[in-house]
Design a protein around this ligand. Structure first.
Ligand SMILES: CC(C)(COP(=O)(O)OP(=O)(O)OC[C@H]1O[C@@H](n2cnc3c(N)ncnc32)[C@H](O)[C@@H]1OP(=O)(O)O)[C@@H](O)C(=O)NCCC(=O)NCCS
Length: 172
């Protein structure tokens, strides 16, 4: 079963007040963090964007994740957990939150791109049922000019009740 909650965090929508903390977290774990302008633009478009933060005990974000809606598809555009909080179920909790949001929006599919070298994230996505569908060569270009291929992954049955049944029932 996939957890819908991690006991040490609370999931909530990201707000403008989180921008600095989210960018600081991204700087630790993302090879190409979003700019402040791009992040604020995402926050301003609630119709087609969902941004969540996992809030730790002191109220500060320890993880965040984002979904972009394109027609009946949900694109997972970001997910990150503070290195000192990784491997505690927070990434799974965030992804479950995006899946719940995709279902609530009536979407039928979810997709994402992930670096072919990112074994941790690929393992997380596989656990939720995302399946590899192809590779986009040299999809990512880092600041030093290095390129990395992207693995494209999909789930096509988000609107199937069986998809929901794989999640643990939230006891809260
Ligand atoms: C990917 C990431 C979000 C996972 O967050 P997390 O909170 O550590 O993940 P969880 O503790 O919820 O782990 C859930 C599953 O993910 C997989 N996983 C997470 N970290 C892993 C690792 N270091 N190695 C292998 N599998 C890993 C496992 O399948 C794990 O399930 P398990 O604990 O039952 O084995 C986190 O490693 C991260 O922020 N990475 C840097 C940013 C990034 O790469 N984002 C993805 C961009 S596409």
């Amino acid at each position: 079963m996939i957890p819908v909650a991690a006991p040490q965090v609370v999931l909530r929508p990201m707000g403008e007040c989180d921008v600095d903390a989210v960018r600081a977290l991204d700087a630790l774990v993302q090879p190409t963090p979003w700019s402040e302008t791009f992040l604020r633009d995402q926050l301003a478009d609630a119709k087609t964007r969902t941004l969540l933060v996992a809030e730790g005990a002191d109220g500060a974000p320890v993880g965040h994740a984002a979904l972009m809606v394109v027609a009946d598809e949900g694109h997972v555009t970001s997910i990150a957990v503070d290195p000192t909080h990784q491997r505690r179920g927070i990434g799974a909790c965030l992804l479950a939150g995006l899946c719940r949001d995709a279902r609530a929006r009536g979407l039928s599919s979810m997709t994402l791109e992930v670096r072919t070298s990112n074994a941790a994230a690929i393992s997380l996505y596989r656990r939720f049922g995302f399946a590899p569908a192809g590779v986009r060569p040299a999809y990512y270009t880092d600041a030093d000019g290095t390129t990395t291929d992207a693995l494209v992954m999909w789930i096509h049955d988000v609107d199937d009740p069986a998809f929901d049944e794989q999640f643990e029932k939230d006891q809260s």
